[in-house]
Write a new protein. Structure first.
Length: 337
């Protein structure tokens, strides 16, 4: 099992680089930088990380081809590849509704746009000349002058079953949020296989990344209380397949939507009990969190992507939680040696 963590680049660049160096020293395998409008540019920070770190894996996640032109994405990834002399991962996915609103963008079908963007990026990285037109962008005999020195992987950030199936068709990997149970991993693996079957791919070549809240603490009460409303907003957006994947009944989803529609109303345990939250996040002591992560690996997970939550950034020490998990992992590895 590989471990990664992701960050919203909202802190000063010097602090961000220091956190990344600390993670590398701890032996964490991969670092994701979230692309979110208004925060520090992820590709600029990743460029700095190619010098500030030596071997930790690097990637950007939630890179939206409605917000960023694929030509610019291709250029940035090619330069990073040349600087790092190692694999770079670009995680394509829709930006937040807030970002679209701020930039005056009204996306059409995200899946069509993702399919087009993956094809364009791969063609550009292969040195091809590309001409195409989509609702979001146009290319007229475009090509890269600097090609990647190492392969660039494309992952798709998927919020529903159809997006996972699309990743099974076209992507090197898929990033799925709020994955916390083996049952969810097995369901996602099934969706990947369905997509891969359409084009004759081996589904085991598609890397599955769980982009999940993993919060390490001996006292879990404050964590459940602090995450309940945030996760309620996630649940309210679940379609039926996603709810089934998490083992959450339609009655619960409807109750959460109704409660959130009441201005100022609290989402209490009667609506969203801790047992449901446990299907959406990994919480507990470092040892118990690690046990749950290993159970996800047994079910078919390739990489745990421990992600932050902007809503919780002032309440918990995210870096310390990640490093405590890694310390526990290293302790177990030494015990097995």
């Amino acid at each position: 099992m590989q471990f990664s963590f992701s960050v919203f680049p909202k802190e000063a660049a010097s602090e961000f680089l220091s956190s990344a160096q600390r993670a590398e020293r701890a032996g964490i395998d991969h670092l994701w930088v979230v692309d979110d409008t208004g925060y520090a540019d992820p590709f600029v920070l990743l460029g700095a990380l190619t010098s500030a770190t030596a071997h930790i894996g690097l990637g950007a996640v939630l890179v939206d081809p409605w917000v960023r032109h694929p030509m610019h994405i291709a250029q940035a990834a090619a330069v990073l590849s040349d600087l790092r002399h190692d694999r770079i991962v670009v995680g394509l996915g829709p930006a937040s509704p807030r970002a679209h609103r701020q930039m005056g963008i009204s996306p059409a079908d995200d899946r069509d746009q993702l399919r087009s963007a993956v094809a364009v990026l791969r063609a550009l990285w292969a040195g091809e000349t590309v001409s195409c037109q989509t609702p979001a962008y146009r290319l007229d005999r475009a090509s890269l002058k600097l090609l990647p020195s190492q392969p660039v992987e494309v992952h798709v950030t998927a919020a529903d079953a159809d997006a996972v199936r699309l990743a099974g068709e076209i992507a090197d990997g898929v990033v799925v949020a709020n994955v916390a149970t083996p049952e969810a991993v097995r369901t996602i693996r099934g969706w990947i296989a369905e997509g891969a079957k359409r084009v004759g791919r081996d589904p085991t070549t598609v890397r599955l990344v769980a982009w999940s809240l993993v919060l390490s603490a001996d006292d879990t009460g404050p964590i459940y209380g602090s995450t309940r409303r945030y996760l309620a907003r996630q649940v309210a957006n679940f379609d039926s397949e996603t709810a089934d994947m998490h083992g959450i009944e339609a009655e619960t989803v409807n109750a959460v939507r109704a409660r959130l529609s009441e201005r100022g109303a609290e989402v209490d345990t009667d609506i969203l009990p801790n047992s449901v939250l446990d299907r959406l996040l990994v919480v507990g002591s470092a040892a118990s969190c690690l046990d749950r992560i290993y159970a996800l690996e047994t079910a078919g997970l390739d990489l745990i992507g421990i992600r932050p939550c902007a809503d919780l950034s002032t309440r918990f020490d995210y870096d310390e939680m990640v490093l405590s998990l890694w310390s526990e992992l290293e302790s177990r590895r030494r015990g097995d040696a």
